[in-house]
Write a protein that binds this ligand. Structure first.
Ligand code: MLT
Length: 212
């Protein structure tokens, strides 16, 4: 479908009970990047993968930044709302349930911002190498929302203290946070896929509080 507000790829579900995933790429990625990962961690799920609209030296991202780890928060707020609106449009166009976001790096950061700014849009989120997205985080009600947070103990981009702060911030808003600091750097590895798949499998066995 081409008339939605983001360039994207959509793969329909082959197992209707599998939760749809919203796949959000890292800096320099695009809508194709995470489809293989999505197929591996959630076989049979519908996959919705938009391309970030901001270009940094030609590399797609989901929002502007002033420097590495220093975000343009006004832009981030606008873009998180725009992406949340796109999810609503895509749900109608494709007839899918509220998705679980799976974001890597920049994609994880906008997913975290969406959780805080538009909590109703996502059924949950797997945040791979995410940071605290907003210095003034809204007091969103995330009661029962499942969130997986995977950080890398030797990640040169996300300091450990920042990932811990994100965990606290989401837990204070009553999300059900599973936090793992893995002995890894910033890049994703097979371990990330294994842990994320297991987490999604566990969710599939409980009713999602916010799935409809
Ligand atoms: C960001 O800008 O979102 C983070 O610094 C991660 C990155 O994209 O490098």
């Amino acid at each position: 479908m081409t008339n939605l507000s983001f360039i994207h790829r959509f793969e329909p579900a082959t197992r209707l009970e599998a939760p749809p995933l919203l796949l959000l790429h890292g800096t320099g990625g695009d809508e194709n990047d995470l489809l293989p990962l999505g197929r591996m961690i959630a076989p049979g799920s519908a996959l919705l993968a938009p391309r970030g609209k901001v270009l940094e030296h030609g590399m797609p991202r989901f929002f502007r930044r002033h420097a590495e780890g220093v975000f343009d928060e006004d832009d981030l707020r606008d873009r998180a709302n725009e992406l949340a609106d796109f999810v609503g449009e895509a749900r109608k166009a494709y007839g899918i349930a509220r998705p679980i976001a799976v974001g890597f790096s920049n994609g994880a950061n906008i997913a975290a911002a969406m959780l805080l700014l538009r909590p109703d849009v996502l059924a949950g989120a797997a945040l791979l190498r995410a940071m605290v997205p907003l210095s003034q985080a809204p007091n969103a009600d995330l009661t029962g929302k499942p969130v997986l947070l995977l950080s890398g103990q030797s990640d040169p981009i996300v300091p450990r203290e920042n990932a811990v702060r994100l965990q606290a911030l989401l837990s204070e808003r009553r999300a059900e946070v599973a936090f793992h600091a893995l002995p890894l750097g910033h890049q994703l590895t097979q371990t990330d896929l294994t842990v994320t798949r297991r987490w999604l499998d566990t969710l599939g066995r409980k009713p999602l509080a916010h799935a409809s």
